[in-house]
Design a protein around this ligand. Structure first.
Ligand SMILES: Cc1cc2nc3c(=O)[nH]c(=O)nc-3n(C[C@H](O)[C@H](O)[C@H](O)COP(=O)(O)OP(=O)(O)OC[C@H]3O[C@@H](n4cnc5c(N)ncnc54)[C@H](O)[C@@H]3O)c2cc1C
Length: 547
């Protein structure tokens, strides 16, 4: 049995855990940072992320002529969150504190740590309905140079330096299986070493046991998106419809929610477990890293989006507008999949794939690579072209009839009628000549192109889908992709964990996704994107400074 004592025990070495550990150790506390994975997975999901951060009224926004403010961001946040439960008091308080941070010291703090952002600010999750409702009124998604690896880099470097000086001890391959919250004691298994590459499933074979006691305990074990049974158990059937039978996994399988279950059994309060954030635009990774690995397409606004029955979906179910409304709309057909129909011209300009490894140019942090991959290149980026060639969900054809035939080969149980698809595509194409238009998506495309950033890198020049010069035609079968848990351990604005009655459990803290990114669900029902990494940075910092 290995025994440890430290001032602070942090369970989970993802972004939230790293930030909390570094902040606590920098304040003179001895820190033990435990993770069930090996050193090669340090940084958790954040490594794989695109590195997009929700920040407000930044120099990057101002340079792009985006006028943002704390007030506008709060209007968007509250319009999206739709907080409507008594237990939303702490989530609201954390949302307010995060908005202060995102409009205040966040950028300077991160920039002081060496982080930089791509100058074109992204416009994620636009909402597409009412001004006071869900969505970002302005672009706010700040893509970090170096993507996810660039976000974790300063904290990894600092943690490694603190480990060298003895202020921080890493406990890799330590899986916590017992929690005593009152005693701030954890215990578990030491797992057999693994040389599996980052993200690949590792063995759960135990070769020993450990226990650790501290004055404070910080839980940063991530969400539940890797365990599809748990996702289905928590699925909000009344809001979204029956849970999908088929889903792809947007997270490695260590995102299993096991520690959250242990914490709940040990007396911690868990709230908003039915609020979650899964994407509609998942594609099966042809070169998977983790089991059932799916990649999310971050689509620009022009792809035509059809449900599984072949009906083009209405606003706000447009690419990049309203994730949960679209999820509900897709599931209302009784099927789990939907379809994009687009052109080569659209895929080239509008398809981004979410993931650091899918954006080697941004991940390299080098301008030359970005220009080569996205501007000089006639094709889409190499990872997008590779999906087009090898991806199980892609069909490429020169005529619409051949395209639909290919789609029907992928989904023979739900065949589409080529004449019905043609009628809808031709009707939409007619709107390209119509300076008025009643097609909400066409209006949205024109709106997007009024923003210089979208015009430059995100929105294809409007064209007819059936224009052979824009071809070939492409169809993509889209799967539901599990990703984020919006609910979790109930915490207060100081990141202290509360029990089931709402009382503070002394010395126990939680940060990041396990705490619903703060408060037990600071997003409410809907997220604005970039708020996941943002929430890990914010709540990890609060917890590390509080202990
Ligand atoms: C492909 C991808 C793209 C993304 N892009 C973005 C983006 O652009 N912007 C954004 O805001 N968000 C993005 N996200 C989401 C964001 O990366 C995650 O929500 C966030 O990193 C979660 O961090 P965390 O520290 O809370 O948890 P995690 O990163 O999941 O870390 C938790 C750690 O706890 C460990 N652990 C769990 N249980 C135990 C146990 N019992 N004992 C010991 N260790 C345990 C795990 O092994 C893991 O290392 C993306 C995510 C992915 C996967």
């Amino acid at each position: 049995m290995q025994r440890y004592r430290a001032d602070v025990i942090v369970v989970g070495a993802g972004l939230a855990g790293l930030v909390a550990a570094v902040e606590a150790a920098d304040r003179g506390r001895s820190v033990l940072l435990l993770d069930q994975e090996g050193p090669q997975s340090l940084g958790g999901q954040a490594f794989w992320s695109l590195g997009g951060l929700f920040m407000v009224d930044t120099p990057e926004q101002r340079r792009m002529k985006i006028r943002d403010s704390r007030e506008l961001a709060a209007q968007d946040w509250y319009g999206s969150a739709g907080f409507d439960r008594a237990e939303d008091a702490n989530p609201r308080a954390v949302a307010d504190a995060y908005l202060d941070f995102a409009a205040g010291e966040m950028r300077d703090w991160l920039s002081g740590l060496g982080m930089r952002w791509f100058p074109v600010v992204g416009w994620a999750e636009r909402g597409g309905a009412l001004a006071h409702g869900h969505g970002n009124s302005v672009p706010r998604f700040h893509l970090t140079w170096g993507t996810g690896p660039g976000v974790i880099a300063p904290f990894v470097a600092r943690a490694e330096a603190l480990a060298k000086s003895g202020a921080l001890t890493f406990g890799f391959r330590h899986r916590v299986t017992e929690l005593d919250l009152k005693a701030r004691r954890v215990a578990g298994q030491v797992l057999v070493e693994s040389d599996a590459p980052r993200g690949v499933s590792t063995s759960r074979e135990a070769i020993g046991a450990f226990e650790a006691e501290g004055q404070a305990l910080i839980l940063t074990s991530g969400g539940i998106g890797g365990d599809h049974d748990k996702v289905r158990r928590h699925w909000p059937v009344e809001r979204l419809g029956a849970a999908p039978k088929r889903m792809v996994s947007g997270v490695p399988d260590y995102v299993d929610g096991q520690l959250q279950g242990l914490a709940e059994a040990a007396g911690a309060g868990v709230i908003n477990g039915d609020r979650m954030w899964h994407y509609c635009e998942g594609i099966q990774n042809w070169d998977p890293i983790w089991p059932n690995h799916g990649i999310r397409i971050l689509p620009g606004p022009s792809s035509l989006w059809f449900d599984a029955k072949g009906q083009r979906m209405e606003a706000p179910c447009l690419p990049g507008f309203d994730t949960l409304a679209t999820l509900r709309r897709i599931l209302s057909t009784g099927e789990d999949h939907s379809w994009f129909i687009l052109t080569q011209a659209i895929i080239k300009k509008e398809f981004a794939l979410s993931g650091s490894e899918q954006n080697p140019d941004f991940t390299s942090g080098k301008w030359g690579e970005v220009i080569k991959a996205r501007i000089l290149n006639k094709a889409a980026t190499a990872p997008v072209e590779a999906f087009k060639e090898h991806g199980a969900d892609f069909v490429v054809a020169d005529t619409l009839e051949a395209l639909v035939e290919g789609m029907n080969r992928l989904e023979p149980q739900s065949p589409l009628d080529p004449a019905r698809i043609r009628a809808q595509v031709e009707a939409r194409d007619r709107e390209m000549e119509n300076p008025f238009t009643k097609d909400a998506q066409v209006t949205a495309i024109h709106g997007a192109r009024r923003y210089l950033g979208d015009r430059l890198v995100r929105t294809a020049k409007p064209h007819r889908i059936l224009d052979p010069k824009a071809g070939p035609l492409i169809a993509v079968r889209l799967n539901i992709l599990t990703r984020k848990s919006l609910g979790g351990l109930h915490t207060d604005v100081k990141a202290r964990v509360l029990d089931a009655r709402g009382e503070v459990i002394e010395g126990v803290y939680a940060a990041g996704e396990v705490a619903g990114f703060g408060g037990g669900g600071y997003h409410g029902y809907n997220a604005l994107e970039g708020t996941f990494l943002g929430g890990c940075l914010f709540t990890g910092r609060v917890a590390g400074r509080e202990v």
